[in-house]
Ligand binder design. Structure first.
Ligand code: SF4
Ligand code: SF4
Length: 74
């Protein structure tokens, strides 16, 4: 069960790849599409695997990622 959802603001993303390199679940990837600044922005490929560790948001130099933490089921 996923513990969070990474919310990526595609227009802030410059495609540097730091979040991709630091996601322990390897669920971030660049698109083949470009945003308004011409960058191949990042998306989450499988939200069900996100552990809400926050590494991606911490690494992003452009503050393009927020983690929507989900309440864990009991
Ligand atoms: S919060 Fe952690 S597991 Fe989820 S996408 Fe970001 S780096 Fe990956
Ligand atoms: S770290 Fe930020 S700017 Fe770099 S690819 Fe990830 S979301 Fe985009």
């Amino acid at each position: 069960m996923n513990r969070g959802i990474p919310i990526i603001d595609k227009e802030r993303c410059k495609g540097c790849g730091l979040c991709i390199a630091n996601c322990p679940k390897d669920i971030l990837a660049k698109t083949s599409d470009v945003n308004d600044q011409g960058a191949y922005y990042t998306v989450c490929t499988d939200e069900s695997l996100c552990i809400a560790c926050g590494a991606c948001a911490l690494m992003c130099p452009d503050a393009a990622i927020e983690i929507n933490k989900l309440v864990e089921a009991v």
